[in-house]
Design a protein around this ligand. Structure first.
Ligand SMILES: *[C@@H]1O[C@H](CO)[C@@H](O)[C@H](O)[C@H]1NC(C)=O
Ligand SMILES: *[C@@H]1O[C@H](CO)[C@@H](O)[C@H](O)[C@H]1NC(C)=O
Ligand SMILES: *[C@@H]1O[C@H](CO)[C@@H](O)[C@H](O)[C@H]1NC(C)=O
Ligand SMILES: *[C@@H]1O[C@H](CO)[C@@H](O)[C@H](O)[C@H]1NC(C)=O
Length: 367
């Protein structure tokens, strides 16, 4: 009895808890659902602009896609390509592109290693997209070369059909914008298409197009890689299966520089583009002319001697190896100044990244 009395008293004393708290709760729920509705309404125009209904189209995005394998951590040498990733994304940003980076390896490997984690976070600052293609070690070299052309098939690919996508390498910086941008009325844009002669496959001759650079809309890329093919290559295994259909055993054999397997990426894309042209005889392919322009190349690096006028005649640069080492970074700096200006935020951002990267790999490198 007393227990019940006490309970009633307590209820009276703490009545506000039994009344006010549920009231506050309902008010909260009501307000929350109201806010959600308001938010939904405000989202609607945004959704309309991305669903591309008749007449109302979003501005297509230009993407550059390149790959890096996962440094094995055995020595600082293996960071050559990975280090460049955020810097190459910045170079593409300079000419109006966002970057999609295919990382051949697992997210776990990258998030648990300080230097690799830094690379990921700097790539994110540049609004780049990392797509991880996990694979056993023995296929990583093959995939880091061949996966690029299949990126539009991948689950986390950020692009849409009318976006434009150009293939490139992580150690190439584009310099001359006009070399890379989409051409109105052209379905495929080929840079340096006359570089590499012809090769033959099953008694048929194909022009050899270099992976740097091939541009097309996402929908055209899907036609190039998927039409007339039974396998949709979207992860390590299906990419290797796709390659095996064309190259047989070579698809899963070790890659040696200069050996046939080394050229599988450029051969498969050249074959698929030739077939695409056969299937679409009336569609246009634009071949960018290199006349009057050249590459600032690794073997004869003279960035410190370039005037702004010389610089404007370079279409791209093939970066020096070990760009993070202070001595090498100093040789690249004059180019960075020409690209971004001596005192720009980009130049400062690069300096900071370089310093921070060095601090993360100091176990391997004596400066
Ligand atoms: C290639 O051509 C040669 C001679 O014309 C022929 O003997 C051979 O069977 C052909 N090979 C293929 C794979 O078609
Ligand atoms: C379609 O695929 C077959 C088998 O791979 C190939 O021989 C043929 O050239 C392709 N045709 C076109 C137009 O792509
Ligand atoms: C290409 O254009 C020609 C002439 O305009 C036309 O006769 C032909 O049907 C077209 N071919 C295709 C595949 O659209
Ligand atoms: C910018 O830096 C370069 C060296 O990278 C130097 O030659 C040039 O004079 C500097 N320009 C200005 C405006 O300070």
């Amino acid at each position: 009895m007393t227990n019940i009395k006490q309970l009633i008293q307590r209820v009276q004393r703490y009545r506000f808890r039994f009344v006010l708290i549920p009231m506050a709760f309902f008010a909260f729920v009501f307000k929350f659902s109201y806010l959600t509705q308001v938010e939904d309404q405000s989202l609607q125009p945004l959704q309309l602009s991305t669903t591309r209904k008749s007449g109302e189209r979003k501005v297509p995005i230009n993407y550059a896609v390149f790959a890096t394998s996962t440094p094995n951590g055995e020595s600082y040498r293996s960071y050559d390509y990975a280090y460049n990733v955020p810097l190459t994304a910045l170079a593409w940003e300079r000419i109006g592109f966002r970057s999609i980076v295919l990382i051949i390896g697992s997210r776990c490997e990258w998030e648990n290693e300080p230097a690799l984690k830094l690379i990921l976070s700097r790539l994110e600052e540049r609004r780049g997209t990392a797509i991880f293609v996990d694979s056993p070690l023995q296929y990583r070299q093959t995939l880091s070369q061949t996966a690029r052309i299949f990126v539009a098939n991948m689950e986390t690919f950020p692009g849409q059909n009318d976006d434009y996508m150009i293939t490139t390498d992580s150690d190439l910086w584009p310099l001359r914008r006009e070399h890379y941008i989409p051409r109105p009325g052209s379905d495929i844009v080929l840079a340096h298409s006359a570089c590499c002669g012809y090769f033959s496959m099953n008694n048929k001759s194909y022009q050899h197009f270099p992976m740097s650079n091939i541009g097309a809309s996402v929908s055209t890329w899907l036609q190039i890689t998927n039409d007339n093919n039974s396998i949709v290559a979207r992860d390590a295994e299906s990419i290797l299966d796709y390659l095996q259909e064309v190259f047989g055993e070579m698809a899963r054999s070790p890659v040696v520089v200069g050996q046939p397997a080394w050229y599988m990426d450029q051969h498969i894309v050249s074959i698929r583009i030739a077939e695409w042209m056969e299937r679409h005889p009336n569609q246009s392919v634009h071949r960018v002319s290199d006349n009057g322009f050249s590459r600032l190349d690794r073997p004869k690096w003279d960035a410190d001697k370039l005037s702004p006028a010389d610089f404007s005649l370079k279409f791209d640069t093939h970066l020096l190896l070990k760009g993070y080492l202070p001595s090498t970074h100093a040789r690249i700096k004059p180019l960075i100044h020409l690209m971004y200006g001596n005192d720009s935020w980009e130049t400062k951002w690069i300096e900071e990244y370089n310093q921070e990267f060095l601090s993360k790999i100091k176990n391997w490198v004596s400066l």
